[in-house]
Ligand binder design. Structure first.
Ligand code: PBG
Length: 344
């Protein structure tokens, strides 16, 4: 039966009615709050391209986690800015690495918080790539003769997959030892979930879950993060390991493989430009599903709001709500605290 019997506006008349029929709700428990940990003490240094986001020394990070916890945000994910970088990402897996120290401090000082560790090598490698780099300028076979001129080399370097797995596994075990509750690999090497699962099990951490950045796209939306985490690649880009933004079916394969390798939870990243990927993943997989509202998504909202082109609170809440509606049960967001305050 159509109009006039059907009038959908009947249930939109008052805020109470709208609340009653609302299909999706946001709660602070579904937010995961990313923190950037830097050396030193008493440091709270704002990230230029992410107003309201800070590099925090460990003491400040502990305070931040406590504040987040008191607002109902149950979980944080840690990224580290190490003292120095090298070609084997020592800072990622060192017993006294910056994230290891932060995790110990947070776990000993804040009760009932889930500490996740982002596992990647880019912040700790001098070249800024997520894996081990091998130069490919070894003598090309020049003997093919002038007639069959060799095609120009398309890559002078390679991000080596299997050699990176060992460092990622070592990092994961070291983080678990430091008390990290959830291991979250974001590097996009093939086979890393399996390698990390095996290494964790061998080290006695069979109860430590893995949240796999399963469908992580090579995205321009990560720009501000690279300033925050000082992880811009010194040459090239991440397109040989992160996914092509054009590919939805491949995203399903990525997730499927991570599930087979033992992922306990899966993630789609970025969030808002990839809501279709979130929805497809929700439909197809029965694991807890996270989405990462990344730095560029945050920065765009902040920049537009600063110009008074949009209403900041409204767009913040709408962006998060829509990521939930698409199917993510958890959202990694720089708005975790702000949104939790808004909900309170
Ligand atoms: C590390 C990593 C990145 C992000 C999370 N983990 C950057 C990248 O892949 O370049 C991006 C998060 C954000 O933009 O907020 N590999």
């Amino acid at each position: 039966m159509a109009f006039p019997a059907n009038r959908l506006r009947r249930l939109r008349r008052t805020e109470t009615l709208r609340t009653l029929v609302r299909e999706t709700r946001l709660t602070p428990e579904s937010f995961i709050y990313p923190l950037f940990i830097c050396p030193g003490s008493g440091i709270r240094k704002e990230v230029g391209s992410m107003p309201g986001v800070f590099n925090l020394s460990i003491d400040e990070a502990v305070k931040e986690v406590r504040a987040a916890r008191s607002l109902g945000v149950l979980s944080v994910i840690l990224f580290g800015l190490p003292e120095k970088k090298d070609e084997v990402a020592t800072g990622a897996w060192a017993e006294n690495g910056i994230v290891q120290k932060a995790a110990r401090a947070i776990k000993s000082e804040v009760r009932d918080v889930v500490v996740m560790g982002d596992v990647c090598l880019c912040e700790y490698m001098s070249h800024g790539h997520c894996g081990v780099v091998k130069a490919n300028n070894e003598a090309e076979p020049q003997s093919l003769g002038a007639a069959a001129a060799a095609p120009p080399a398309t890559t002078e370097y390679e991000i080596v997959n299997d050699a990176s797995l060992e460092l990622l596994a070592r990092t994961s075990v070291s983080l678990a030892r430091a008390g990290v509750d959830v291991i979250a690999p974001s590097d996009m090497m093939d086979g890393r979930v399996g390698a990390i699962r095996t290494a964790l099990d061998e080290a006695g951490f069979e109860n430590t879950p893995i949240l796999a950045y399963a469908a992580k796209f090579a995205s321009g939306f990560y720009g501000p993060f690279r300033e925050a985490a000082d992880s811009t690649p010194k040459f090239g880009d991440r397109r040989s390991y992160q996914m092509d933004p054009a590919n939805l079916h491949e995203a399903m394969r990525e997730i499927e493989l991570d599930v087979e390798e033992g992922a306990d939870m899966i993630m789609v990243k970025p969030a808002m430009p990839y809501l279709d990927v979130i929805a497809a993943a929700r439909d197809r997989f029965d694991l807890p599903l996270a989405a990462y509202q990344v730095s560029g998504e945050y920065a765009m909202i902040e920049a537009a709001a600063r110009n008074q082109w949009i209403d900041r609170e409204r767009v913040m809440m709408e962006s998060l709500l829509c990521i939930r509606r698409a199917g993510a049960s958890m959202i990694l967001t720089y708005y975790a605290m702000e949104a939790a305050k808004f909900l309170a």
